[in-house]
Design a protein around this ligand. Structure first.
Ligand SMILES: [Zn+2]
Length: 263
């Protein structure tokens, strides 16, 4: 079944993924998915930031953006994966700005740091200066990297959009309390998304997948995951009776407006 909605995926990766040495996702892989599954746009960070080094990852994204293919019309947009352990992390800000990256990605779990103002004040200040949203991985509720750990940063930077990936239950009260907080649906089961829509309405939920994990990319991956497709994920959401008008916001309109995408 082909989907009736345009899709923007706010959470995808290229690069050398953690787990298996040699698992590399390329821009061509993501472009393949866009073409075969009719995805309008992906926001892409490189996981090489956590396996190789942040600057190498930034360069991979720059290369993705400056190559003539893949993705015509432009379907892949850049996100800067920041690892605040890296003493040189801020040097990539100007590179990212020069190539019109759309925001910052952080992953405290993979990069091994507790979420606190001391750890992330400078990153949030940089996001504010650039006008960039921050997309973060939140860990299971009750850990030092969970959604609730972000509350002091959310309060200190009310003008920085923070997207709490993975729609943890602990994120729901934060979205309710603070206008600058969003969640994404990456790797969340459809029941949780239904509950999220009931709790929050559709306006601050973004669609994400962690593509290319599990998606058909026209070649065998180094690490086999349970197969996924956009049509399948959307059919599951429709199966939870999430209304089409809500789905259109989650799949497309919210991300388009939040990231000022001009289409
Ligand atoms: Zn991710």
């Amino acid at each position: 079944m082909s989907t009736q909605f345009p899709i923007i995926d706010c959470h995808t990766h290229i690069g050398r993924l953690p787990g298996i040495v040699g698992e590399v996702v390329t821009a061509e892989d993501l472009a393949y998915i866009c073409k075969h599954e009719n995805v309008r746009y992906m926001l892409v960070s490189s996981a090489s930031a956590t396996t190789v080094g942040q600057h190498a990852a930034t360069q991979e994204v720059v290369e993705m953006l400056t190559s003539s293919n893949p993705g015509e019309p432009r379907q892949l947009g850049g996100m800067l994966w920041v690892n605040p352990h890296d003493p040189s992390w801020a040097e990539d800000l100007s590179i990212a700005a020069a190539h019109s990256f759309h925001g910052i990605k952080i992953h405290p779990v993979l990069d091994h740091y507790a979420v606190s103002r001391a750890a992330l004040d400078d990153v949030f200040a940089a996001a504010r200066a650039q006008g960039w949203p921050i997309l973060t991985h939140t860990d299971v509720d009750g850990t030092p990297m969970d959604a609730a750990a972000y509350e002091p940063l959310i309060q200190t930077y009310p003008d920085v959009i923070l997207i709490l990936a993975h729609l943890r239950w602990g994120a729901i009260p934060l979205v309710k309390r603070y206008d600058n907080v969003y969640v994404d649906t990456t790797y969340m089961d459809p029941v949780t998304v239904e509950i999220g829509v009931d709790a929050l309405g559709p306006d601050r939920i973004l669609f994400g997948t962690d593509a290319a994990e599990g998606f058909e990319i026209g070649r065998p991956p180094a690490r086999v995951r349970p197969p996924r497709s956009y049509a399948g994920l959307i059919a599951e959401l429709q199966g939870r009776s999430i209304p089409d008008a809500a789905l259109e916001k989650i799949l497309y309109t919210n991300a388009r407006d939040l990231f000022n995408l001009s289409f």
